[in-house]
Design a protein around this ligand. Sequence first.
Ligand code: GTP
Length: 316
Amino acid sequence: MAEDDRANEPGFAGPGAEGATRCGFVALVGAPNAGKSTLLNSLVGAKVSIVSHKVQTTRALIRGLVIESGAQIVFVDTPGIFAPKRRLDRAMVTTAWGGAGDADVIALLLDVRKGLDDDNSAILARLADSGRRKILILNKIDLIRREALLALAQEAAARVSFDRVFMVSALKGDGVRDMVAYLADEMPAGPWLYPADDISDLPLRALAAEITREKLFHRLHDELPYASTVETEKWEQKTDGSVRVEQTIYVERESQKRIVIGKGGQTVKQISTEARKEISEIAETTVHLFLFVKVRENWGDDPERYREMGLEFPKS
Ligand SMILES: Nc1nc2c(ncn2[C@@H]2O[C@H](COP(=O)(O)OP(=O)(O)OP(=O)(O)O)[C@@H](O)[C@H]2O)c(=O)[nH]1
């Protein structure tokens, strides 16, 4: 149904119609790499959460805002849930469940190729105890046969009583609109929490740091991306409308710094070129990006770094 048609439906209330708008929170939870960030970006129609084929790209709670049928849906992209080992891992998992606890609807995203493996089984077990409204989103249906998909849906539904099950391809957009229409109906009555034009509650400078971190993830291999973090130190509006952005990539060791910089500065230059293009898009202006690489030993044990990433610092 076209947006215009909806406006003629009884009960429709656009922004500002007091008492008739709806607004609520949907927490996207799931194992690492299930496709939460891909889904969120596709829903919002822009990049608010970073995507990579490596696991655990999303560290903090990132909100994406979608408006559908008079409802503002605040999607909360949580870090992937898995058995944590390091301190940073524990912080991410605690944050993820914290995000789910406050939501009107918990949406579990499951990579259909993984099926009910250990990570997904553990999440299902925990969700089964939650009294909240919950839906199951089977993602990456472009990669699996229909019979296997239906069998998986049945198996998951036998463990947790989901209010609804959706089958989608976040990458291709299949099935996504139906899911959003359902969620819009489920949102409680109330005023919108964010301006209609906003797509995320993350400030531009935080989004910009996330974009650079994504490029870092794409360019570098093994453990290095996990040992690095990016901070926007300066966001300076120039009189000609352009912005000067200074960011620092923090790594844990001198040897890692050399890798990030690359031969003759090649690697950091490529990261900078790719990041600048995307930051310009979200800032909707010309961006001059300056990247610095610094060693900050043991940042993984520094409470301040967790606060900057929007994570709680776990005591142990
Ligand atoms: N074929 C296919 N690939 C997908 C689909 N959705 C996501 N992917 C891919 O799966 C990988 C992981 O996607 P992300 O969106 O980063 O996953 P995530 O759940 O946010 O991951 P974490 O940040 O680790 O929690 C990426 O390479 C995506 O391109 C889909 O519907 N089909």
